[in-house]
Design a protein around this ligand. Sequence first.
Ligand code: ARG
Length: 471
Amino acid sequence: MSEKNVSEGAALWHGRFDSAPADELMSYTESLSFDKRLWVDDIFGSKAHVTMLISVGIMSKDDGDKVLSALDAIAQEFASNTFVFEASDEDIHTAVERRVTQIAGEPGGRIHTGRSRNDQVATAIRLWCKREVRTVRDFILALVDTLEARAQEADANNPAIRLPGYTHVQHAQPVLLSHHLRAHAWAMLRDADRLADALERLDVSPLGAGALAGSSLPLNPSVSAREMGFATTFANSLDAVSDRDFVAEILFDIALLGVHLSRIGEEWVLWTSAEFGFASLDDAYATGSSMLPQKKNADIAELARGKAGRLIGNLTGVLAMLKGLPLAYNRDLQEDKEPLFDSVDQVRRALVALNGMIATATFNVDAMTKGADAEALVATDLAEWLVQRGMPFREAHAVVGKVVRDALASGTPMVDIVRGHPQLGADAAQLFAPGVAVGNRRTPGAAGPEAAPVQKQRLADAITQAKAKLS
Ligand code: ARG
C-alpha cells in the first residue's frame, strides 16, 4: 500500500484523492514509455491550443506568450535530449504540462483550460500519423522506383530478359522480367494510394472536444485546427475523442503492404535457391550460417515474409481492442499506440531493406531464359495457333494436350512431335524457337515485348500521380 504524500510528485489529477497512486497502478497504466515519441506532436498541439485560447480571450496575451515560450523551451530540451522525466509523469501529455508549469509558473496552470487528455491524445496521434505515414509512402515509392529501374534494365538487355511465368508454381507461360517486376510495383502503388486516402480521411482536428462533450468556455476549435494545418474540425465531440478508425485503417493498409512485401520475399527466397537460381544477392544484403560455411541466405526476404504476421497481428489487436468500447474515451484506447508505432517502424525497415536487396541483386539471365524457353511453356501458343486456323479452342486444347502426353510417354521432344503432326507441322514448330513464345504475348497489359512500352508508360504515369499526392 502506498503511504506517499498526495501533493508531493502527485499526478496532475490528484485533487479528489486522499492518497497517492500506488506504484503498481502507475507502472501498469503509464504510457510514457512508449508515447514519449509524441513529444513533437504534443507540443505542436499545445501551442495551437494556447494560440486559440489567446484568440478567444480566455488566456491573456501575456500569459499565453509565457506558456508558448515555455513550450518552445521544452521542445529544445527534447531535441537536445535534456528533458528530465519525473516519476509522476504518466504520459507525454502530463510530462509536458508539468514542465510548462515549472518553467512558466502560474500561467502554465492555464494551459489545460478547455482541454482534456482525451482530445489532446487524439490530436497528437493524428499529427503523428500525418508526419510519419507520409514517410511510409516515400519508402514505398522509392521501392517502386527501384522495381521500375530494374525493369528498364531487364528490357534493355538484348534480348529483353524473359523468365517462366508460373501458376500454381508450375511453368505456365513465358513472361518478360520487366513485366514481373512491374506487377509488384502496381501492388505497391495501390498501397501508397490507400495510405494517401487514409491520410486524407484522418485530416480532422479533434482538439476542442474536451473530455467528451466540449466546454462551457467560448472555445473556437477551428482556430487550433487551422494552426495545426488540419483540413477541418471535428463535427461531433463524442466521436472526436473515441474515433480510432484512422489507426485501424493505417494498420490495415500497412498489413496489406506487409503481405505484398511478404509475397515478394517468398519469391526471392525461391529465386535465390539452388533449384531456381534466378537471382543472387549482393553480399551486403545476404547473411551466412553460423555452422554451414557455404550458406548465403536471403534473410531480408524471409523477415519481410515473417514480419507480415506481426503487422496483421497489430491490426487484429487494435480491432479487437476497439470492438467492445462504449462512447466515448476509455483507457483501452491507450493500446492504439504501440501497434501503430510498431507497424509503421517495421514496414519502413522492410521497405528500405528490400529496396537495397532488389537494387543490388544480380539476375541470372541464363537460368531465367532456360526456364522461359522450356518446351511445355509453348503449349498454349500451339493451341492458339490452331485457333487462328479456325479450330474451336476446346478441340485445340485437346490436340495439344495429346502432343504433351505423347511427348511425356515417348520421351520425344514436343517440337519433333509437332513438326510431324498432321494438324500442326513445321510452321507451328517455329513457336519453339527461343524467345518466340514471349513475343506472342500481345494483349494490352500482357507479358510480352510488344506491350512493354505501354506498360512502362502507364506505370510512369501512375508513379507521377502517386508522387504528386505526396506534395
Ligand atoms: N495516455 C492516455 C492515452 O494514451 C491519454 C490519457 C487519457 N487518460 C485519461 N485518464 N483520460 O490514451
